[in-house]
Every structure is written in structure tokens, then in C-alpha cells.
Design a protein around this ligand. Sequence first.
Ligand code: FES
Length: 87
Amino acid sequence: MKPADLGGRRVLVTAVNGEYFAFSSQCPHEATELDTGEIIGKRVRCEAHNYWFDLETGACVLPKGGPALAVLPVELRDGELCVKLEW
Ligand code: FES
């Protein structure tokens, strides 16, 4: 995971099998920084209380029904990674 400051918002960017994902650096549970967690497949795990989030939808997959992670659209344009700020 690579941190980036986008207009005062701290996001994390990661690549999984050539696909890029960007999401809030703060866990929606109790605001722990997610860069201390881990990425497995298209999911990120928060180390604080072991919540898991889907990087495509932001849904909390463990425990089910937990708070959703803010995920942001990402695309490659002429070799540059562009993140659309939507929150
Ligand atoms: S702060 Fe991330 S799971 Fe609790």
C-alpha cells in the first residue's frame, strides 16, 4: 500500500494483479490507519480489530454489515494513476 495526500485527504493506493485500488487510509470502524493492515486478494484487513473490507465496493465483509470503507475510482491515463475524489 502506498499513501498519498490528495487535497488534504489521505488515501492508500494498492495494486492487485495489475488492477489498482484507492481507498481512505482510515478504517471506518475506529479510524485506525489501514497502512498497518494487510492486503490479501481484493480485500484489506485492519489490524486493530480484524475487520475486512472489499476493495471494489468498500463493503465490510467481516464482520458482515460493519461500516463500509470509502473506496475511490482509479484509472490509468497516459501512464499516470488518476484517483477521483468522491467523498
Ligand atoms: S479500527 Fe479498524 S477494525 Fe477497528
